[in-house]
Design a protein around this ligand. Structure first.
Ligand SMILES: Cc1cc2nc3c(=O)[nH]c(=O)nc-3n(C[C@H](O)[C@H](O)[C@H](O)COP(=O)(O)O)c2cc1C
Ligand code: SF4
Length: 371
């Protein structure tokens, strides 16, 4: 149906995105405006990550930015050269969540995509105007919970991302459920699509393990409206990962990629990493003395103060994800070891491409290289 022709567009909240391809938000500091803007210009939806943006933008501009202003600046820059661009805001970053959402809406973000926890109150933070609100879910049940809660807030999701267990970053599955046959993206899709029809027939975008144009076509034929891809965009010239990170992705083999759990992320969700990442190795060998100087994943204590993170007490069962990921984006890399997160498909990446070449390949504007 689509093989020879163009991929169909993806319409979200009345906006027609030329290609049904969303570049997934990649924090910390991997998907910043250079990547999102390049994707937007090529006809996809480019997404910046809100994680630790206050520090990253302050460093880039040489003056202090608060979270809301940093989100405003990054989204504005991502949209400046045309096309559609938005932001990814993780529920696990509780402290900065609302300010990131407000800054993005003020800047006219085309979408706010939110996962790593259920974004139950997202529509209540600030009237979203033209900004589409898009939860990330890993099951039909999670979608139902969100849809019911949002109904009470008089809002219907503008689209949803269904993310399966092959994705990079945090995974929305218990560690022992990741490899179950019932949790493949293909098997998760039908009940989620049905649930989306029940609550308003909004677009369903699939993510996790999508690598080629054929993968995209396969899911469109199953009834998906679009795809979200991370790992392929991590391995582009425009991504803001350090050169060492990109090289580690190119060199990673299947056996080098694992789901970290113990030691794992202080957010409590399974987290996929390259095994040789220095911060992961240090945690395994109990080498890093804990130090909490960034505080992005802190939760509130009994007195309502943001002071709780398991990586504060010990870095044996939990690595310090704020510092590991900031270092992977080039921040404080002389002081902190990097932590490289990837999707399973990192094992297939053999070179770094420009966004244009990648998008041309996915859109079918050129023939894909023979594997
Ligand atoms: C380096 C990296 C960082 C990521 N960071 C985030 C993030 O901050 N928030 C989020 O919701 N998803 C994050 N993800 C998930 C991606 O947005 C995307 O949904 C997922 O990687 C899709 O799977 P794929 O990598 O197989 O294409 C990240 C993925 C990667 C590879
Ligand atoms: S201990 Fe590390 S991971 Fe936890 S909030 Fe502090 S800086 Fe972040």
């Amino acid at each position: 149906m689509f093989e020879l022709g163009a991929l169909p567009p993806l319409t979200i909240k009345g906006k027609k995105i030329i290609l049904p391809i969303i570049q997934g938000g990649m924090g910390v500091g991997v998907s910043l405006y250079p990547l999102a803007s390049a994707v937007a210009r090529e006809g996809g939806l480019g997404i910046v990550s809100s994680a630790c943006l206050d520090r990253l933008v302050s460093k880039r501009n040489g003056k202090k930015y608060e979270t809301r202003d940093a989100a405003y600046e990054e989204v504005s820059l991502a949209k400046a050269a045309g096309g559609f661009a938005g932001i990814n805001v993780m529920g696990a970053l509780v402290r900065d969540y609302n300010d990131s959402v407000k800054g993005a809406i003020d800047a006219g973000a085309d979408a706010i995509i939110s996962g790593a926890g259920l974004p139950l109150s997202l529509p209540a933070i600030q009237p979203p105007k033209d900004t589409a609100l898009i939860p990330i879910v890993s099951s039909a049940r999670a979608l139902e919970l969100i849809s019911k809660k949002w109904e009470r807030l008089h809002y219907r999701p503008d689209a949803i991302v269904l993310e399966g267990p092959l994705a990079g970053g945090h995974l929305g599955f218990k560690i022992d459920q990741i490899d179950l046959e019932c949790n493949t993206l293909e098997n998760l899709f039908p009940p989620v699509k049905e649930m989306a029809m029940k609550y308003g027939d909004f677009p369903v975008i699939v993510a996790g393990g999508i690598y080629t144009r054929d993968d995209i076509i396969r899911f469109l034929k199953m009834g998906a409206d679009g795809v979200q891809m991370g790992t392929r965009f991590l391995a582009t010239e425009e991504s803001s990962a350090t050169e060492e990170y990109k090289r580690a992705v190119v060199e990673a083999k299947e056996e080098d990629i694992l789901v970290a759990y113990n030691p794992g992320s202080p957010c409590g969700l399974p987290f996929r990493v390259i095994r040789q990442s220095a911060m992961f190795v240090s945690a395994e060998n109990k080498l890093r003395a804990p130090k909490c100087d960034k505080g992005y994943v802190l939760l509130k204590d009994a007195e309502g103060k943001f002071s709780v993170c398991p990586a504060k007490e010990s870095n044996e069962r939990h690595f310090c994800i704020c510092n590991g990921l900031l270092s992977s984006a080039g921040y404080n890399r002389d002081k902190e070891e990097p932590l490289y997160t990837v999707g399973t498909n990192a094992a297939r990446v053999d070179k770094i491409l420009s966004v244009k070449i990648l998008m041309d390949e996915l859109a079918g504007r050129v023939l894909a290289p023979v594997a």
